[in-house]
Design a protein. Structure first.
Length: 229
């Protein structure tokens, strides 16, 4: 059964930086934005990345937010269809928000190989700038960049960038200063079940697949969607 989490909201007159600080303090990746208590949209790390490049002083009511997508039940197929067809990573039912992670961790995964859903990884070098990392993420619509040189060095996530910016208010640092070191990785023979268990164990949203592929919660969602067509 998918439980989801209580909806956490923030007023639309708050600034982008207010939202970033709020998300870091609550350790969340998305927040519902309301105007006069009416839902306006969803602010996520994606919107945060865009605004970090331009202005974090802009009010939330003045930026483009993600649409709020509602579903009528906790049926996994309905939730996954809503996510894929609306290109969102979370949906709302009643007073709960359900994320890709919630869905993936609720499924009883089988023994299909993770190579079935892994994709070529877009990577970055440790000396690259935060601005370069943000531009790559926005261009390719991704949230995770394996940091590679001759060998894997770590993983850089959109959340890493957003939280680092919240604390330091700078984009001048190299990727090596904010990446998560000791990259969690596996090979293509890993099963979907073991892949999910590994991500759950380490509390990560992506898994590096040797030699140069990656799997995220989104890929598991796409797998569920395709299996039900």
């Amino acid at each position: 059964m998918i439980e989801g989490s209580d909806i956490i909201s923030l007023d639309c007159n708050s600034s982008v930086y207010d939202a970033i600080f709020f998300m870091k303090r609550r350790n969340i990746r998305r927040v519902v934005i309301t105007c006069e208590r009416n839902p306006l949209g969803l602010f996520t790390v994606d919107e945060a990345l865009k605004q970090i490049l331009y202005s974090t002083e802009t009010k939330l009511k003045d930026i483009k937010l993600k649409d709020i997508i509602r579903v009528n039940s906790k049926d996994i197929r309905e939730i996954v269809n809503a996510m894929i067809l609306n290109n969102v990573d979370a949906v709302i039912i009643d007073n709960k928000i359900i994320t890709e992670k919630d869905v993936v961790l609720s499924v009883n995964w089988g023994n299909d190989k993770i190579s079935k859903i892994s994709k070529d990884a877009i990577t970055i070098e440790s000396y690259s700038s935060m601005v370069t990392a943000i531009e790559i993420m926005l261009k390719h619509n991704i949230r995770h960049l394996p940091v590679l040189e001759k060998e894997p060095r770590g993983m850089l996530s959109a959340r890493d960038i957003v939280y680092y910016y919240c604390d330091n208010l700078t984009l001048d640092s190299p990727v090596s200063q904010l990446m998560t070191p000791n990259l969690v990785n596996a090979d293509n023979n890993l099963t979907l079940r073991d892949g999910v268990n590994l991500m759950k164990k380490y509390g990560i949203g992506s898994l590096f697949i040797r030699p140069k592929k990656i799997v995220t919660f989104k890929d598991f969602i796409v797998y569920i969607f395709n299996e039900n067509q």
